[in-house]
Design a protein around this ligand. Structure first.
Ligand code: T1G
Length: 701
């Protein structure tokens, strides 16, 4: 028996325990699955055993197949999950799964192949394979519809979202709820079932209840999924499997599931989604700050500035149950800011995603103050004041004077030098950047900016706070724009050059949206507000080299008071109350004039060139960021871009995408643009080195 599985007989019950921390991933190569199969066979042939019990040790029943094994060559003479569930279907004795914590993916499929399922409250039961670009590949698409019907099964499998124990009981996934010690209550359950003479009940023998609309249900769902999940093949394959569960015998349905799984397993989308899954977790690790580094406890917080960012940041603390004060210069600003917060919560309540009581509870955790003295007992203070260095410096001098020793002082700056800000205090070791993304109460990315003086404890506090606020924290270094904004600056700059040379906003946006971005660069600009960038460019004008290429298009648009959606017009025109971008001849004329003024003869630009120039600016800048140590790893850059800038998850992030294309190919294109376009295309040395060595930004897992 593998050390990953324990087997023992307790009375008439053969108890099989999964023991593969942290989540009992159903590993094949190290023999966990084989161990379970061996235990089941031993129990099946032991006359003293009348029933089997399968459960997980630690915090989970099982998090599913071991994703770390994907992409590796299959291991010979080791049973896999399909072998195990197939054998379970032949076992003559009652098999009970006792579930606690996550029973996800193959873990739930293992439970579904048992005859009876009992679960503790607080368990999570789900088939999230679709989120990895896959589908449940161990019979789940055939067993779940037979247990809970096609409609409910399709909902779970296509969304990949887990259900609670109570919901699983309602649906029919779980047969009873266990209260108390898992093993004790599970054994009592099995012995009771034996006394009741409970028969073996194979989910594979049940009939899947079809949708009332019959096949029309699947046709309608297929159209909806194709529309809503463009670029993702897995959801449609999931639908095909559930339809097979309704229309085909079990064995045929399992074959269909296997065919479709293999197609997805080989897809670049799945590789990308698995890369994002692991990278999101890897980003939480800081190479030179061990995971057991003590973090400062955050029991109360304060935010400076009740504007859009300040209010959004404060909501994160209230949402996490942490009391938070908001400091403003005057009551009017405070009232305005708190009114926006209240409106945001009320909108969530109106959508049914938050109860009124919970909204009131969260608002009760927020209070407004006007005096720095009231910051004295805050464990952390985050400033979100005007993006101006002189203002930030004043604020940090005041914070240093009023905040208690040990308080962490954070700046929400998106581009300014955190070290310069920290130097205004007597506690630079307690200063860091916490760069939230607007809207701060929605966007999950949080760039944790380590200053040169930031202590390990301060960094650990920032990374732990990201988890507490349910953000994806990525540690970044100090430079203009850190990781995300530095890269997006290069991306927008190149998009503007494309306009000068012959493209129009609607063509560039269409190309990037076809690639998978939710919005192309010009629609993003109109949404975020063009005046933000305009202000930054004016600040940078003084230091911009005179001979450096610069596009005036965005400035000229702003000079006409066209800041985007908030003014009803930007790169596009907008009808009142409608966010749909309408190409505007006035902007086309402005662009053509800018080309003339720049002495550029406009030309037809191919979609491929547009895509390569926008993407490879990201990749080349990312390579420089990596080489300068501003990001710890390429996958951190991918996470910043997926969670903060809408890079399509099924492409894995800019650096993963470059690896997928192949770095020699990327370098060749960058060098071609360098020859044609000059300065902004100098290949990053790391890109060149890796391309020449046959390397990757993200080493293979
Ligand atoms: N395989 C390998 N490692 C896994 C894993 C898995 N399935 N699930 C989690 N981990 C690692 C994770 O990388 C992290 O590692 C640690 O465990 C803790 O994870 C045939 C084909 C189970 C709800 O998609 O949703 O089954 O960073 O921080 O917040 O049909 O992990 O510590 O080194 O997320 O308590 C389908 C994925 C697989 C579930 C626990 N299963 N996991 O959440 O911990 S495909 C999934 C989760 C499959 C079959 C198919 C969550 C969790 P490290 P964590 P958590």
């Amino acid at each position: 028996m593998s050390e990953l599985v324990q087997y023992r007989r307790d009375g008439h019950v053969g108890v099989i325990s999964l023991n593969n921390p942290p989540v009992n991933a159903l590993n094949v190569s190290r023999g966990l699955v084989q161990g379970v199969l061996d235990a089941v066979k031993e129990a099946e042939h032991d006359p003293a055993v009348r029933a089997l019990l399968i459960l997980g040790t630690g915090k989970a029943f099982s998090g599913g197949a071991d994703i770390a094994e994907f992409g590796r060559p299959p291991v010979a003479d080791r049973a896999n999950l399909r072998d195990l569930v197939a054998y379970l279907d032949t076992v003559s004795k009652l098999v009970v799964a006792a579930i606690h914590g996550p029973a996800m993916g193959g873990g739930l499929e293992l439970a579904l192949a048992c005859h009876y399922r009992a679960a503790q409250t607080g368990a999570q039961l789900g088939l999230p394979e679709v989120k990895l670009g896959l589908l449940p590949g161990a019979g789940g698409t055939q067993r779940l519809p037979r247990l809970i019907g096609a409609v409910n099964a399709l909902g779970m499998i296509v969304t990949g979202d887990p259900v609670s124990t109570e919901r699983a009981l309602e649906l029919g996934i779980v047969d009873e709820i266990l209260e108390g010690d898992l093993l004790k209550t599970a054994l009592a359950c099995v012995n009771r079932l034996l006394r009741e003479g409970r028969a073996v009940r194979r989910s594979s023998s049940l009939v899947a209840t079809p949708a009332p609309e019959g096949a029309a249900f699947f046709a309608a769902e297929r159209a909806r999924i194709a529309r809503d999940q463009r670029g993702y093949p897995a959801p449609l394959a999931c639908l095909d499997c559930v339809q097979a569960a309704v229309e085909l015998p079990f064995s045929k349905g399992v074959q269909r599931e296997r065919e479709l799984f293999q197609g997805l397993h080989a897809s670049s989308e799945s590789s990308a989604l698995i890369h994002v899954f692991f990278s999101e977790r890897q980003a939480a690790k800081v190479a030179d700050v061990p995971e057991d580094t003590p973090a400062s406890p955050i029991r109360s917080a304060a935010v400076l500035g009740a504007g859009t960012m300040g209010g959004g940041i404060a909501m994160n603390f209230a949402n996490a149950g942490i009391p938070v004060r908001i400091l403003e210069q005057n009551q009017e600003g405070l009232d305005r800011g708190l009114a926006v917060v209240r409106k945001n919560y009320a909108a969530t309540v109106a959508k049914g995603r938050l109860s009124q009581a919970e909204m009131d509870r969260r608002l009760g955790l927020m209070s407004g103050i006007l005096d720095y003295k009231d910051l004295a007992d805050a464990d952390i203070v985050i400033e979100a004041v005007f993006e101006d260095m002189a203002v930030k410096k004043q604020v940090f001098q005041a914070l240093d004077a009023h905040c208690k020793p040990g308080a962490v002082l954070a700046t929400n700056t998106s581009t300014l030098d955190v070290d310069e800000i920290a130097a205004m205090t007597r506690r630079p070791e307690a200063v860091l950047g916490l760069h939230f993304f607007s809207p701060a109460n929605v966007m999950r990315l949080l760039e944790v900016v380590r200053g040169g003086a930031s202590s390990a404890q301060t960094i650990a506090t920032g990374m732990k706070l990201a988890r507490t606020l349910k953000k994806v924290g990525v540690l970044v270094g100090v430079c203009d724009g850190f990781v995300g904004n530095r890269m997006v600056h290069a991306y927008f700059r190149e998009a503007a050059f494309l306009l000068e040379e012959g493209a129009l906003p609607q063509q560039v946006d269409r190309v990037l949206e076809t690639f998978g971005f939710a919005m192309g660069p010009f629609r993003v600009g109109d949404l975020a507000g063009l005046d933000v960038g305009w202000y930054i460019r004016k600040r940078q004008a003084a230091t911009r080299p005179a001979n450096q290429r610069y596009s005036v298009i965005a400035d000229r648009i702003c000079e006409r008071g066209r800041y985007g959606q908030k003014t009803g017009a930007g790169y596009y025109r907008y009808e009142a109350g409608n966010r749909n971008p309408i190409p505007d001849p006035e902007i086309e004329a402005l662009i053509i004039e800018a080309s003339q003024d720049a002495g550029i003869a406009r030309r037809e630009i191919s979609d491929e060139e547009i895509l390569q120039r926008c993407l490879y600016q990201l990749v080349n800048e990312g390579a420089k960021i990596l080489e300068e140590g501003i990001a710890q790893r390429a996958s951190d850059i991918d996470i910043v871009y997926v969670f903060g800038y809408g890079f399509p998850r099924f492409r894995g992030g800019p650096m993963f995408h470059a690896d997928t294309v192949g770095l020699p190919e990327v370098l060749a294109v960058v060098e071609r643009f360098h020859a044609a376009q000059g300065e902004f295309w100098t290949p990053a040395p790391l890109l060149r080195r890796l391309a020449q060595e046959g390397g990757r930004f993200n080493p293979r897992g």
